[in-house]
Design a protein around this ligand. Structure first.
Ligand SMILES: Cc1cc2nc3c(=O)[nH]c(=O)nc-3n(C[C@H](O)[C@H](O)[C@H](O)COP(=O)(O)OP(=O)(O)OC[C@H]3O[C@@H](n4cnc5c(N)ncnc54)[C@H](O)[C@@H]3O)c2cc1C
Length: 395
């Protein structure tokens, strides 16, 4: 499949590349160190239209352009992968509302998300576990008159306390197992909704993650996005989130490759010879380059799939290979930098820490592989290890 970018996508790539080089790269190390959310930078990204790439013009966006979104993610991630994750998670909420919401919900929430006036956050993971959330999810939303009463705790939620609109997964039907999980839109400031501990993560540190706590939080019935949300959300995670993670991974790997290439050309180690003259370094550069090129091709192929395509393999693969490749490429970059690469004075250690997060976020990479293999084998998409866990209290 030949994946030729449109003129608009080429322009988008250049614009985001220039912005990332000028505005994000200079602050990337500092926001990694402090773990602070860069409000100014995120506002500028929104003004450039990056938060509206998956939203149609009718709701204030410029899309939906999935491939354009992946291109933008690679460019942002090459400067700061944490910022790219923040953009992905917010866009995932917008895209879910676009796909599953009714007209009122779209009109109410999409313009703010598309303009970046409000960030979105997707809350699935709980202290009881994230990898097997369809089986382990404990949060409940009980219908009471005109509202749902939401109770539960979520953890590791990207855009944590920075978001304004939360897509929260909770059980609305305790008898239906995974199919009884629904998605509720919860606005910041709703009584009974508060924030818990902020995480000190190894990498992706400016993607601020924290706990969300819901205590008898009343959510209007009108803000139920979808009952039995697991299948449509699973499809969205597969076709959008997986290649998007691959795009972020490609950005990290590309940045690591560029850093390594620049370094080995100027680092003189013996008798006036630079590292670039050594065979093993050249092999490393070739491997890194191959991984970056292959990763980008996979992501672009996934981004070019027509809407409604039922074969999810390219999208799932784009969430596996590039993420593992980024870890390997960052590791190789770290190696050619020698011990300098092991210090925070140089970028490869940040790339390595950031890449490490990409094989965990959304679904650990083992689960992504199991899901893909089970589809190929004609097995049900997911099965709880060791049989079904006990139902939540009250079931
Ligand atoms: C940077 C970052 C941002 C995140 N942002 C969000 C967010 O915005 N929203 C959100 O909901 N979550 C978010 N998460 C959480 C993430 O989705 C979960 O951490 C992930 O799903 C794993 O859940 P867990 O940590 O509870 O691991 P567990 O479920 O405890 O699993 C631990 C490990 O056990 C193994 N394992 C578990 N189950 C199986 C199985 N069935 N088969 C094989 N191996 C298995 C895997 O190696 C897994 O990594 C984020 C995580 C990170 C790192």
């Amino acid at each position: 499949m030949v994946m030729e970018l449109t003129e608009q996508q080429k322009m988008l790539k250049k614009t985001v590349h220039d912005f990332a080089t000028k505005e994000i790269a200079p602050i990337a190390a500092a926001i990694d160190k402090s773990g602070e959310f860069p409000h100014d930078c995120v506002s500028k990204m929104s003004r450039m239209g990056l938060s509206g790439l998956l939203v149609p013009p009718a709701f204030g966006g410029t899309g939906p352009d999935r491939l354009g979104f992946f291109i933008a993610l690679e460019e942002v991630a090459a400067a700061s992968a944490g910022l790219a994750v923040s953009l992905l998670m917010s866009s995932l909420v917008a895209s879910s509302i676009l796909a599953l919401g009714n007209d009122k919900q779209k009109a109410k929430y999409l313009p703010g998300l598309a303009a970046g006036k409000q960030l979105g956050a997707l809350a699935a993971t709980e202290p009881s576990g994230g990898a097997n959330y369809p089986f382990t999810l404990q949060s409940t939303a009980r219908l009471d008159g005109g509202s749902y009463v939401l109770n539960g705790t979520k953890c590791f939620i990207s855009n944590g306390s920075e978001a304004g609109i939360y897509l929260v997964l909770a059980r609305t039907d305790l008898q239906k197992g995974p199919m009884g999980i629904s998605g509720l839109i919860v606005e910041k400031g709703t009584p009974g909704f508060s924030f818990g501990k902020k995480d000190e993560k190894l990498g992706l540190r400016c993607d601020v993650t924290c706990e969300l706590i819901f205590e008898d939080c009343r959510v209007p019935r009108a803000d139920l996005l979808a009952e039995g949300i697991l299948m449509p959300l699973g499809a969205k995670l597969a076709t959008l989130a997986m290649p998007a993670l691959g795009a972020i991974a490609t950005g990290i790997a590309r940045a690591a490759l560029e850093a390594a290439t620049g370094y080995v050309k100027q680092r003189v180690v013996v008798a006036g010879q630079t590292l670039a003259g050594f065979d093993n370094v050249q092999y490393a550069i070739a491997d890194m380059l191959t991984h970056v090129e292959a990763s980008r091709l996979m992501v672009h192929q996934a981004g070019s799939m027509p809407d409604g395509e039922t074969d999810m393999t390219p999208a799932l693969a784009a969430g596996i290979f590039p993420c593992e490749a980024a870890l390997e490429v960052a590791n190789k970059a770290l190696q050619v930098f020698g011990t300098y690469g092991y210090t925070s004075d140089f970028a490869p250690e940040r790339y390595f820490r950031d890449a490490r997060g990409l094989v965990l976020i959304a679904q650990p990479v083992e689960l992504r592989k199991l899901f893909m293999a089970r589809m190929k084998l004609g097995l049900p998409p997911m099965a709880p290890p060791g049989g079904m866990p006990p139902r939540p209290a009250g079931a």
